[in-house]
Design a protein around this ligand. Structure first.
Ligand code: GAL
Length: 654
C-alpha cells in the first residue's frame, strides 16, 4: 500500500530564480513530497512561435529535485499565448450568444478547433521529450480544470462542423436522427447532416434530444482533447502517472469517460468557496462558513475515487481565503488540517495545497497561499507541518476497500434533468447529494459509481435516484445483483434518445419494480405532499400504479403510493424532504442488513481500510466516546475539539 503524501502548487515563473532554492528547502522541511508546476507557463516556454525557452523550467525542476522533491508537470494548454490567438483567431470558443471568449484570462480555446489542437500536440510533445525522462518528473497533469469558467461548450464554426460529423457517425442516416430527435415536431426535420445547426440562438427552447446530443458531443470533444495529450506523454515519458485536476460541483462532461485515459483522477477542493456558491440556505452558510459543508468534499472524494478507479488525489486544497466566491472568509483554525485528513480518510494518495505563495499581482492577488506574498508563513503553514508529522506517525496508507453501498452518479442524468428540469429546482446533483448526505449522517462510507454492471457488483445496497435512461444491461445486472435497491424518482423515465419510455416510466425498470408511473407533477417552493408522519415530498412527485407483485410501503395523505417494494427493490415516487429520506433510507438499510451509527449533528465518519476517522465540523467540542468504544485513539481525543480529527483502528468484524 502506498504512503499518503502532501504536495503544493508552485509557479517558479512568478518569482526570481534566486528565490527558488529557499522555497524548495522550505517545502522539504515542511514535509511536502510533490510540487506541481508549469500549467500556465506557455508564454514563457514559447514566447514567440517556434522559439522554445525551456532552460528556466529545467533549472526550476533541478532545484526542486536537488531538495528531494518530486514534480507533477502541467501541460500549458489552458493558457494559449497572445501570438497564438492572433495567428488563428478562430481558435477562440464562442459562447451561446455567438460572442468570442476573448484573450486576457484563460481557457480561451475551442475544444473542436483542429488548428489549436495541433499547436497543443506540438508544445506537449516538446515538453514530454524534454522532461519526460527527468528523474524528478513523477507525473503529468494535462491542461488545467477542463471546463472551468463554463468552457465545455463552444458554438463556433469548428464546433458545428465537428458536431455534424459526430451526428453522422452516431446515426449513419439522417432519417435515423430525425426519428431519434422527433424532428417532425415543429417541422425541424433536416435532409442531410450538413443542415444540422448547433442548438443555440433558437427562438424558444431547442429540442432536448438535440441539446442532449450536443452535450454528449461536447463531452466527447473534451475527452478527445485530453487523449491527444495523454498519448503523446505516454510515448515520451514512460512509467509516469498522468492525471487531470477536475473541479467541484462541475458535471458538464463525463468525467468517468475522460478518466479512462488517466492513471489518477485529481480534483481541486475549495470548501469555503464552494459553500458560498452552493444552493444551501443562509443559515447553513453562516453555520459552516469557516469549515465548509461537512459532506461536500467527501462527496467529491468518493466521486473522483470512482473516476480514477481507486487512484485519486486532491491537487489543489484551499489553504486560506480564496478570491472568487461572493464572500471569502478565512478558514477556522484547524480547518485546513480537517480537510486534509478527510481526503486521506477517503483514500487520497496526495493532498496538494494551492498555492505555495500568494501572488501580489494579477487576477488572484487576493487568494491566499501557504506563504504570504512576502514569504512569511501564513496561518495554515503550521497546520500543514502538523499533518505531515501526524501522517508519518500514523503510517497513513492508501486503502481501496469496496464500500457495501453504491450510490449511482451518472453524468448523462445530470445533463438530461438540467435540460428538462420540469420544475425549476429539480437538480440531479442536488438530489444525489441529498442521498449522500443522509447516508453519511448515518455514519456510512459510500462509493459513488457510474451505472455499470462492474461498479455495482458485490454490494449490499444500490441507490439510483433519477437515473435518466439506464441500459438494459445495467438493469439486468441490477436485477441479478442480489443487493437491495432503492430507485426513483424519474429513474428510467426516458429513452437514451430523450423520449418518454415506451410503455410508460420507469421503462426498462418496470419489470424489476412492477410499477408504472402515469403522471408527474413538480412542486413550487413551500408546497409539500405529506407522507403520513414520515416526512414529505417536495419539488417533485409521481402518481404510480402498482402491479400484483409490488406492495405499497408508504402512501401520501392524498392516497397515492409514495414508496413501493417488490422483493428487494424499492421505488420512491418523489423528491423526499430530509425526514422522509432518512426514513426511507433506514428501511432500505435495514433490508440490506447494514447497521447505522447515531452521530451527533456535526460529526462525520470515514473508514480507510481498518482505520476509522472521525471529524468534527461543529463549533463545539463533542464527546465521541460512544463511537470509539474501547479502541485506542491514534489521533485526537474522546472529547473531539472543533475542527478536530480522531482516528483509530476498527477491530475486524465490528
Ligand atoms: C482553480 C484553478 C487554479 C486557481 C484556483 C484558485 O480553479 O485550477 O488555477 O485559479 O482555482 O482558487
Amino acid at each position: 500500500m502506498k504512503s499518503q503524501t502532501l504536495g503544493v502548487c508552485y509557479y517558479p515563473e512568478h518569482w526570481p530564480p534566486s528565490r527558488w532554492a529557499e522555497d524548495a528547502a522550505m517545502m522539504k522541511a515542511l514535509g511536502l513530497t510533490f510540487v506541481r508546476i508549469g500549467e500556465f507557463s506557455w508564454s514563457r516556454l514559447e514566447p514567440a512561435p517556434g522559439v522554445y525557452e525551456f532552460d528556466w523550467l529545467l533549472r526550476a525542476i533541478d532545484v526542486l529535485h536537488a531538495a528531494g522533491l518530486k514534480i507533477v508537470l502541467g501541460t500549458p494548454t489552458a493558457t494559449p499565448p497572445k501570438w497564438l490567438v492572433d495567428k488563428m483567431p478562430d481558435m477562440l470558443a464562442l459562447d451561446a450568444q455567438g460572442r468570442p471568449r476573448a484573450f486576457g484570462s484563460r481557457r480561451h480555446y475551442c475544444f473542436s478547433h483542429e488548428g489549436y489542437a495541433r499547436e497543443c500536440d506540438r508544445i506537449v510533445e516538446r515538453l514530454a521529450k524534454a522532461f519526460g525522462s527527468h528523474p524528478a518528473v513523477a507525473a503529468w497533469q494535462t491542461d488545467n480544470e477542463f471546463g472551468c469558467h463554463d468552457t465545455v461548450e463552444s458554438y463556433s464554426d469548428a464546433a458545428r462542423e465537428a458536431f455534424r460529423k459526430w451526428c453522422a457517425a452516431k446515426y449513419g442516416a439522417v432519417d435515423a436522427l430525425n426519428k431519434a430527435w422527433g424532428n417532425v415536431f415543429w417541422s425541424m426535420e433536416v435532409q442531410s447532416f450538413d443542415e444540422i445547426e448547433l442548438p443555440n440562438l433558437t427562438v424558444t427552447e431547442a429540442n432536448p434530444s438535440h441539446l442532449l446530443d450536443f452535450q454528449r458531443f461536447s463531452s466527447d470533444q473534451v475527452a478527445a482533447f485530453n487523449r491527444r495529450q495523454t498519448e503523446i506523454i505516454r510515448r515520451h515519458s514512460q512509467g509516469r502517472d498522468i492525471l487531470h485536476n477536475f473541479m467541484g460541483a462541475f458535471f458538464a462532461f463525463d468525467h468517468y469517460a475522460l478518466s479512462k485515459d488517466l492513471d489518477v483522477a485529481a480534483w481541486d477542493s475549495y470548501p469555503l468557496g464552494f459553500l458560498e456558491r452552493s444552493p444551501n440556505d443562509e443559515a447553513f452558510k453562516l453555520r459552516y462558513m469557516r469549515v465548509g459543508d461537512p459532506d461536500f468534499q467527501a462527496f467529491h472524494h468518493d466521486l473522483y475515487r470512482a473516476c480514477g478507479n481507486g487512484r485519486w488525489q486532491v491537487m489543489e486544497q484551499q489553504p486560506g481565503a480564496v478570491n472568487w466566491a461572493p464572500w471569502n472568509p478565512a478558514p477556522a483554525k484547524g480547518a485546513v488540517r480537517l480537510w486534509t485528513f478527510e481526503a486521506f480518510a477517503a483514500g487520497a494518495e496526495t493532498v496538494s495545497y494551492f498555492r505555495w505563495r500568494q501572488a501580489p499581482f494579477a487576477q488572484e492577488q487576493m487568494h491566499e497561499g501557504l506563504l504570504l506574498p512576502n514569504s512569511e508563513p501564513n496561518a495554515a503553514y503550521d497546520e500543514v507541518a502538523q499533518v505531515s508529522k501526524e501522517l508519518a506517525a500514523l503510517g497513513a496508507r492508501v486503502e481501496t476497500a469496496r464500500a457495501p453501498i453504491a450510490l449511482i452518479f451518472d453524468y448523462e442524468s445530470a445533463w438530461a434533468w438540467r435540460l428538462e428540469p420540469q420544475g425549476e429546482n429539480f437538480s440531479y446533483p442536488e438530489l444525489v447529494f441529498a442521498y449522500y448526505r443522509a447516508l453519511r449522517r448515518a455514519g456510512l462510507s459510500i462509493d459513488l459509481v457510474p451505472p455499470t454492471a462492474e461498479a455495482i457488483a458485490d454490494r449490499k445496497l444500490i441507490l439510483a435516484p433519477a437515473l435518466f435512461a439506464p441500459s438494459r444491461a445495467f438493469v439486468d445486472a441490477l436485477a441479478a445483483s442480489g443487493a437491495t435497491t432503492l430507485i426513483g424518482p424519474r429513474a428510467g423515465s426516458k429513452t437514451a434518445d430523450f423520449q418518454i419510455a415506451p410503455d410508460l416510466p420507469p421503462g426498462v425498470l418496470g419489470d424489476l419494480l412492477d410499477i408504472r408511473v402515469q403522471r408527474v407533477e413538480s412542486l413550487r417552493p413551500g408546497a409539500e405532499i405529506a407522507i403520513g408522519d414520515d416526512g414529505a415530498f417536495e419539488r417533485w412527485r409521481e402518481f404510480v400504479q402498482t402491479g400484483a407483485n409490488a406492495s405499497i410501503e408508504l402512501s401520501s395523505i392524498d392516497g397515492a403510493a409514495a414508496l413501493t417494494r417488490r422483493g428487494d427493490a424499492f421505488y420512491l415516487a418523489g423528491w423526499p424532504d430530509e425526514a422522509l429520506l432518512k426514513n426511507v433510507l433506514r428501511r432500505a438499510l435495514a433490508a440490506a442488513d447494514i447497521p447505522v451509527l447515531d452521530l451527533p449533528e456535526d460529526i462525520r465518519v470515514r473508514d480507510n481500510g481498518t482505520m476509522r476517522y472521525l471529524f468534527n465540523y461543529g463549533p463545539d467540542a463533542t464527546d465521541i466516546s460512544a463511537l470509539v468504544g474501547d479502541a485506542k485513539l491514534l489521533l485526537g481525543d474522546r472529547l473531539i475539539e472543533a475542527c478536530g480529527v480522531a482516528a483509530f483502528n476498527v477491530a475486524p468484524g465490528s
